[in-house]
Design a protein around this ligand. Structure first.
Ligand code: SF4
Length: 299
C-alpha cells in the first residue's frame, strides 16, 4: 500500500517533522451571518475544534506549548487558520494576522481555511504578498460535486465558484487543498467517486478526506435524530476512502484520511471518536487491499 501523506511530503521538503498549529483570526462566515445564509452548513459547528484564540503571536506560543513533549529545536510548523472563514474580515485584520503568523522563523508555511466566494482581488493580492515571504496554502470545503447534496448541506456556493477560485489562486502560485466529506446523506459510491475524480483533475495540490460525523448542536444532529441520516460503518468508510485515494494522482498530497471532531460533541458514529483505532483500521484495510494512490487515476 502507498499514498502520499502530508507528513511524508513535509519531511521531504523540510527534512524534519512539521506540525500544524491551529489558530483563529475570524469568528464568523458569510454562510452564517446572513450574507449567503444564516444557519451555516448543515454539519458545521463553526469553530475549529482545536484552534486557539487571542492575539496571533500568543496563539502560536500556546499551540506550541501543547506539543511540548513532542518537539525539538529542529521541529518546524505550519500556521493554520482553521476556524470559520479566514479571509472574511477587513484586509487590515487579515494582513496583521497573516504576517504575525509567519513571523517566527520556525513557521515554514501558512495555511488558510476559507470559501471560494471570499477571495476577492484585495485578498488575492494580500495572499500573493504573503506567499512571496513564505508558502501559502488555501483550503476550501468542496465536500461534494453533486449539486443536490450541495444544496442539502447548504454549502451556499456552486461548483463554478470553486473552479474560478482555484484558477485565481493557481495563477498567483498558491497551493490549493480541497476537502471532501465521504458519507453525505443520499450519496452513492458513484457520487463520492465523481467528487474524487473532480478533485483529482482540478489542478489542486492537496486533499482532505473526512468521514461524515454528526456533532451535537448542528442541524445535521436533528436530521440524524429523525432517522434521515445513515452513518457509514467503518469497513464501508475504509472501502470508499480507498476508492478515492486510488483516483488521486500520485503527486496529490493527502492531508487527512478522516475527520477529527471533538469527542465531547460527537453524536455519531461513536467509532469515529477513537482516532487511533480508525487510523489503524484504515492502514490495515489499505495493506490488505493493496491500496496504491494513483492506480485508478487517468491523466
Ligand atoms: S462555510 Fe465553513 S464555517 Fe461557514 S458554515 Fe460552512 S463549514 Fe461552517
Amino acid at each position: 500500500m502507498w499514498y502520499c501523506s502530508l507528513n511524508e511530503a513535509l519531511r521531504r521538503s523540510y527534512g524534519t517533522k512539521v506540525y500544524k498549529l491551529a489558530l483563529s483570526c475570524v469568528n464568523t462566515c458569510p454562510n452564517r451571518d446572513g450574507t449567503v445564509g444564516d444557519r451555516g452548513c448543515i454539519f458545521c459547528t463553526g469553530a475549529g475544534e482545536f484552534a486557539e484564540s487571542g492575539p496571533v503571536s500568543e496563539q502560536l506560543l500556546r499551540a506550541k506549548a501543547r506539543l511540548a513533549d513532542k518537539i525539538t529545536a529542529e521541529t518546524r510548523y505550519v500556521a493554520y487558520f482553521q476556524s470559520f472563514t479566514n479571509t472574511y474580515a477587513s484586509i487590515e485584520t487579515l494582513r496583521r494576522a497573516f504576517f504575525a503568523a509567519i513571523e517566527p522563523e520556525d513557521v515554514v508555511a501558512l495555511s488558510i481555511a476559507t470559501r471560494p466566494d471570499c477571495l476577492g482581488a484585495e485578498v488575492l493580492s494580500l495572499l500573493s504578498e504573503v506567499n512571496r515571504r513564505k508558502p501559502v496554502w488555501v483550503e476550501m470545503g468542496l465536500q461534494t460535486t453533486n449539486p443536490a447534496t450541495a444544496r442539502y448541506i447548504r454549502r451556499g456556493c456552486d461548483l463554478a465558484a470553486f473552479d474560478a477560485a482555484i484558477e485565481r489562486l493557481r495563477s498567483i502560485g498558491i497551493t490549493v487543498i480541497l476537502h471532501q466529506i465521504i458519507g453525505l446523506p443520499g450519496e452513492t459510491a458513484e457520487d463520492i467517486f465523481a467528487t474524487a475524480d473532480y478533485i483529482a483533475h482540478a489542478g489542486v495540490q492537496g486533499v482532505k478526506f473526512h468521514l461524515l460525523y454528526v456533532a451535537e448542536g448542528t442541524d445535521l444532529a436533528e436530521e440524524y435524530r429523525q432517522g434521515r441520516v445513515r452513518i457509514l460503518e467503518p469497513e464501508e468508510y475504509f472501502s470508499l476512502l480507498s476508492g478515492c485515494i486510488r483516483r488521486m494522482p500520485p503527486e496529490m498530497v493527502i492531508h487527512r484520511l478522516t475527520g477529527d471532531g471533538a469527542k465531547r460533541n460527537l453524536l455519531a458514529p461513536l467509532w469515529s471518536g477513537n482516532k487511533k483505532w480508525v487510523l489503524n483500521g484504515i492502514r490495515r484495510y489499505f495493506t490488505e487491499h493493496d491500496v496504491v494512490q494513483g492506480s485508478l487515476y487517468q491523466r
